[in-house]
Design a protein around this ligand. Structure first.
Ligand code: NAD
Length: 263
């Protein structure tokens, strides 16, 4: 299968590193014009420069905006008024016990993980509907089903993403616009590295070894028994963003290494 996204503009939120960067990189190689986003101007510009260096076929643009606020989302939409492919990837995760997680923790996860995606979908879907083609993909998590006891606030935000994606797919019924959520499992990213930093400082063990131990301890049902690479997640997202995936909509598609123990 040859995926060609020439002429399509793709916004990937939170794409200066991690899963978002890998998605931006693959979409660019498939020919899309890619918009890289992160909070800081400096990091976003550097990520866009790095991406340009990879030699994708489409153009690369940097659009820094803090998507945790309505103003930040509006700024991104102002800079990039029309997109064909929206990847709602920006997300935060912080293990905090339920009894220590104050309202601020819940609110922060809600704003970044859910409201940014809702605001951008609301802004971009009408243009996609009008042209009868579009792709919206929410990067949710297996944690949206399998609520992690160490970060219930995060799991709930991801359940919401899956629900919003399903609802929006139905709202776009009969059009060429698909809306799906993708459910990664533990994945080797800078975000996970930060989460394991304390343990790394304590044990001196390499990041990959700690990530594998994390998977075995906290996601024991994992069939692959390791964390995924960012490329493994981006492969699925690139397919769902492609014209070939036109009959997949309203789905929550797993790339979790088998963590979710359901049929
Ligand atoms: P990461 O921390 O490595 O990267 C996060 C990206 O989001 C960065 O580019 C950062 O700049 C950006 N970001 C954070 N807050 C932002 C904001 N307010 N405005 C704009 N950009 C912002 O994260 P990751 O591990 O690559 O995760 C990406 C997505 O995948 C998240 O939605 C996460 O919940 C989901 N996910 C990750 C894993 C995992 O194990 N890494 C597993 C399942 C789901």
């Amino acid at each position: 299968m040859q995926i060609d996204l020439t002429g399509k503009t793709a916004v990937i939120t939170g794409s200066t590193e991690g899963i978002g960067y890998a998605i931006a990189s693959q979409l660019a190689r498939a020919g899309a014009d890619v918009v890289v986003n992160g909070r800081s101007e400096d990091k976003t510009t550097k990520a866009a420069e790095r991406l340009k260096g990879e030699g994708g076929r489409g153009s690369v643009m940097a659009a820094a905006a803090d998507l945790s606020t309505k103003e930040g989302c509006n700024a991104l939409v102002g800079e990039v008024p029309h997109v064909d492919i929206l990847i709602n990837n920006a997300g935060i995760f912080q293990p905090i016990d339920f009894f220590d997680a104050e309202d601020e923790v819940w609110d922060r996860h809600w704003q970044v993980n859910v409201m940014s995606a809702i605001r951008l979908a609301r802004a971009y879907l009408p243009g996609m509907e009008k042209q009868n083609w579009g792709r919206v993909i929410f990067i949710a998590s297996e944690s949206g089903f399998n609520i992690p006891v160490e970060m219930i606030h995060y799991g709930v935000s991801k359940t919401a993403d899956i629900a919003v994606a399903r609802g929006l797919a139905k709202r776009m019924a009969g059009t060429g616009v698909t809306v799906n959520s993708v459910l990664p499992g533990p994945t080797l990213t800078e975000g996970v590295e930060a989460m394991l930093a304390e343990e790394r400082a304590k044990t001196g063990k390499p990041f990959e070894e700690l990530a594998t131990a994390f998977v075995k301890q906290h996601r024991g049902s994992s069939i692959i028994q390791r964390a995924a690479s960012v490329e493994e997640i981006a492969n699925l997202v690139t397919y769902l963003a492609s014209p070939q995936a036109s009959a997949t909509t309203g789905a929550s598609v797993r790339v979790d290494g088998g963590v979710l123990d359901t049929l």
